[in-house]
Design a protein around this ligand. Structure first.
Ligand code: ATP
Length: 236
């Protein structure tokens, strides 16, 4: 099984202001790994570097043994990593089907139909709404569509940046179940979340970032039981 990510010593500053100072992490094939931390801890900056949206100023990124650091995002997508960015970025004036087809633009035309069918199997709610304009769907449905569109490039690793942001509790629960289903379909997942409890419950392992550096790492269970995590994030 593929989908192994190794990141070491990443650093990035925006105009001299350090956002990520020292981040090392791994995702093993088949894992769900949570990347946690407060607002501004550097989570999005980290995943933007992994996805090739930002060029790391220090550090090294390898995917399935090949060096990725410095590759542009379209190259990273072809190598098997897709980032679903924060904020449900779907095309509102296009239908569900059109959004999915756009996600498959790097694939051969003849394969797109099969990929859409696969997405509809994983996300039956989208199948029911294939002709609906994306902008008229609920927040949770738009987030589902954003993830499904990311999967159309057939990644071996999908990075989800705050998929539960702004969703109601019931929908959030459904979103986490869907993430587990995506993982069971054979895709490694790097999950950026502020929803610590639910993400650690589905994650095999997790990392906690603070001021641009990893301050804690462990299994989901270890982190949930950790006194620092309980104090800093769970208000106990
Ligand atoms: P959040 O959960 O709020 O998205 P985060 O952990 O993802 O936070 P980042 O978005 O990576 O954190 O931000 C890390 C730091 O970098 C913050 O201080 C933020 O203000 C800063 N930053 C992020 N994006 C930019 C940008 N485009 N230009 C300048 N500073 C930025």
């Amino acid at each position: 099984m593929q989908g192994a990510l190794e990141v070491s010593g990443l650093a990035f500053a925006y105009d001299g202001a350090a956002a990520v100072r020292d981040v090392s992490l791994t995702v093993k094939p088949g894992e769900i790994v949570a990347l946690l931390g407060a607002n501004g801890a550097g989570k999005s900056t980290t995943v933007r570097m992994i996805a090739g949206v930002l060029r790391p100023q220090k550090g090294d990124i390898r995917f399935d043994g090949e060096v990725l650091s410095g590759s542009p995002s379209h190259h990273v997508v072809r190598r098997g990593i897709t980032l679903v960015p924060e904020g449900r970025l779907v095309f509102p004036q296009m239908t569900v089907m059109e959004n999915l087809q756009l996600g498959a633009h790097i694939k051969e035309r003849g394969r797109i139909g099969a990929l859409v069918d696969k997405a509809f199997t994983l996300f039956p709610r989208l199948a029911e709404r294939r002709g609906q304009l994306a902008g008229s769907m609920s927040g949770g449905e738009q987030q589902m569509l954003a993830i499904a569109r990311g999967l159309m490039a057939e990644p071996r690793l999908v990075i989800l940046d705050e998929p539960s942001l702004g969703l109601m509790p019931k929908v959030t629960q459904e979103m986490f179940q869907l993430i587990e289903a995506v993982n069971r379909s054979g895709i490694s997942v790097l999950l950026v979340e502020q929803n610590l409890h639910q993400s650690l419950r589905i994650a095999h392992r997790g990392y906690v970032l603070e001021k641009g550096a990893v301050v804690l790492a462990g299994t989901g269970e270890e982190l949930l039981a950790n006194a620092y995590v309980q104090r800093a994030f769970l208000g106990r």
